[in-house]
Design a protein around this ligand. Structure first.
Ligand code: CU
Length: 237
């Protein structure tokens, strides 16, 4: 049995089982990622958004320019011979090829990352954490590892319940009493299941969202790369 001492570099998860306030944190963009794969997903999102924004400006610029400078009231008539020109013929090939090129650029990097999301890495150092959904709280258990969290009594099982409004303040329904503490720089596998109804384990900073279904075990994994407190919510329904 491996002993894992969790000391200086830790991240803690505060996950409530309450979907009612899923929009509690309304930011302009996705939250700053806290794991390697989450960073890749974020980068693809930024690349896609940038490509879409550039295309939007070019195409709208072209449309607006045409509307202003080539309007009927200025004496312009629709081109009846466009299809007879070289560009008129080949534009039906060139434009779809360019569009496909953009699509495949996005799809290629998205596919590589999707494989990483899907395939849980194997290895001795992989740390297993069982995550059980309950109405209305989460239960965590460190499997295979004795976990010693600095400054806390030694434990392997954590019951995590959301704090009442007077204690949680602005983080009401996002703050919990007991956090799940995890090491930075270690690959962690979450094994999800449920004790009652369907739940969904969701932590935006880790780009992890997975159904927790009674009688089934589903899995996700993360490789945390920075410290912090990351708040999640049950995303079922
Ligand atoms: Cu739930």
């Amino acid at each position: 049995m491996n002993v894992k001492r969790i000391g200086a570099t830790t991240a803690s998860l505060s996950l409530t089982c309450w979907a009612g306030h899923a929009a509690a944190e309304l930011g302009f963009n996705f939250p700053e990622p806290a794991a390697g794969v989450a960073q890749e997903i974020y980068d693809i999102h930024m690349m896609t958004t940038t490509i879409a924004a550039v295309l939007l400006v070019i195409i709208f610029g072209f449309v607006i320019y045409s509307l202003v400078y080539h309007r009927k009231s200025r004496g312009y008539a629709a081109d009846q011979h466009f299809h007879e020109s070289w560009f008129g013929r080949w534009s039906w090939v060139i434009v779809p090829v360019l569009v496909l090129g953009v699509d495949l650029t996005i799809a290629n990097s998205a596919h590589k990352t999707l494989v990483k999301v899907w395939e849980v890495p194997k290895g001795e150092d992989l740390m297993d954490v069982k995550v059980v959904g309950h109405q209305w709280w989460w239960e965590y258990e460190y499997l295979d590892h004795q976990v010693e969290v600095e400054g806390q009594p030694k434990h392997v099982r954590i019951e995590s319940r959301y704090l009442p409004e007077d204690k949680a303040g602005t983080d009401y329904l996002r703050a919990v009493d007991n956090h799940l503490v995890l090491p930075v720089g270690t690959k962690i596998r979450f094994l999800h299941t449920s004790a009652d109804v369907n739940h969904a384990f969701w932590v935006p900073e880790l780009a992890v969202k997975k159904d927790a279904i009674p009688g089934y075990v589903t899995e996700t994994w993360v490789d945390l790369n920075r410290e912090g407190t990351f708040r999640g919510q049950c995303a079922e329904l």
